[in-house]
Write a protein that binds this ligand. Structure first.
Ligand code: ADP
Length: 384
């Protein structure tokens, strides 16, 4: 196989796409990206960039004609046209069948439930009365998580209903029936963890070590690896990730987000059919990152080691203010040689927008956390 000649198409030119390209280019692959943004994070390093909307079927066809394999960096894309392309013989990884199930949180939960994978109880919701019925003792009870079935990210698309008094307002905030929603029982978790897993074309699989995730305003703030959960929870979570990979037969990298309760029970929150923010630690923490393994998987190469080299902490850098983006504090942060900063290169900073991240490694989790606390005060991405 002449690797240099293989061409990869990536739908989405954000930071995940950019990090995939960095790995693909190391091996000399030709990469074509599709994204509406002319100056999206990927544009400066992809070989060709198609500027088009994610619902523009013609652009998907153009991409397919240019490449040997298509992948994607986020799931809210045009599945019907991908399905047609797959039927015509184009290669798309992960498969469009898994993408379609995962795109919709309700069908995703149904698939997991069907295969006996532990998930919070969930139910379709067609009226505010449906929610009130679920809020009764004996049903889910309050609090209830109301979730839009399509298009959610970073908690946008979720509403926490604490009591019956909040039902009408929450339901109305989803358009009172205009947007398809579902209810989930609230999991009183002690920890949120995630496991990244990659499957190769030959069926081989690697499961990365579980990551402990902390969110602020429903957006990932910090990831700590190894996750500070009992060994029994690690074993359960790893088993669940293996089974999830069997359910979604796709080739490529998946992320399984999970809840761990105080009594050590593990259930799945959601699946992403792509590399994930909570897997960024793998770039510094493992020999073969989630991105490199994804590229290896979709191009038919053997997968690489996912063993954790050292305890690793990843901290997201959100925009501090609006305006032209600027990274500040890197010189001072790099006084610590165990720190690496990733600046995605988004031209415009917005308060709360994911603009970059940094990673600290150390011999101990405590050491990595101490370094991260210091760097967090120094490195900022501002708008000016
Ligand atoms: P998104 O798809 O927008 O990332 P998620 O469904 O993952 O949204 O939810 C975002 C966060 O909301 C989760 O990380 C978790 O903290 C919380 N959450 C989601 N579902 C539940 C649930 N059933 N019980 C408790 N917390 C939940």
């Amino acid at each position: 196989m002449n690797l240099i000649k293989k061409k990869i198409g990536i739908i989405g030119g954000g930071q995940l796409g950019k990090m995939m390209i960095l790995e693909a280019k190391r091996l000399g692959f030709h990469v074509v990206t599709l994204d509406p943004g002319a100056d999206c994070p990927s544009h400066s390093i992809s070989d060709e960039h198609i500027i088009a909307a994610f619902d523009d079927p013609q652009a998907y066809i153009e991409l397919a004609e240019k490449v040997d394999v298509i992948t994607y960096e986020f799931e809210h894309i045009h599945a019907p046209v991908l399905e047609q392309l797959e039927a015509k013989g184009h290669t798309i990884y992960p498969s469009v069948a898994s993408l379609k199930i995962i795109q919709n949180k309700f069908t995703q939960n149904q698939a997991l439930e069907k295969h006996g994978i532990p998930i919070p109880r969930f139910a379709p919701v067609n009226s505010a009365d449906d929610i009130r019925a679920l809020g009764k003792p004996g049903a889910f009870g309050y609090p209830i998580m109301l979730k839009a079935t399509l298009g959610g990210y970073d908690g946008k698309g979720n509403a926490l209903i604490r009591s019956e008094a909040e039902v009408d307002e929450a339901y109305t905030s989803f358009g009172g029936g205009k947007i398809q929603v579902m209810a989930e029982e609230f999991v009183d978790f002690e920890r949120e963890i995630s496991i990244i897993a990659t499957r190769g074309i030959d069926g081989s699989r690697v499961i990365f070590p579980p990551a402990e995730n902390h969110h602020v305003n429903s957006t990932l703030d910090i990831t700590i690896v190894p996750a500070r959960v009992p060994d029994s929870a690690v074993a359960k979570a790893t088993g669940i990730a293996e089974r999830v990979m069997e359910v979604f037969e796709g080739v490529g990298t998946f992320c399984v987000e999970m809840f761990v309760t105080a009594s050590g029970e593990v259930s799945v929150n959601e699946i992403a059919p792509r590399p994930h923010n909570s897997g960024h630690y793998t770039i510094e923490g493992c020999l073969c990152s989630q991105f490199e393994n994804h590229i290896r998987a979709i191009t038919g190469l053997p997968l690489g080691s996912v063993e954790l080299n050292q305890p690793t902490v990843m901290v997201n850098l959100l925009g501090e203010s609006d305006g032209t983006s600027r990274l500040v504090g890197i010189e001072e942060a790099y006084a610590d040689p165990n720190v690496r900063v990733h600046f995605y290169g988004k031209a415009t900073s917005k308060k709360g927008r994911k603009m970059g991240h940094f990673t600290c490694v150390d011999k101990t989790v405590e050491g990595a956390l101490t370094r991260a606390e210091k760097v967090k005060k120094i490195v900022k991405i501002i708008g000016e």
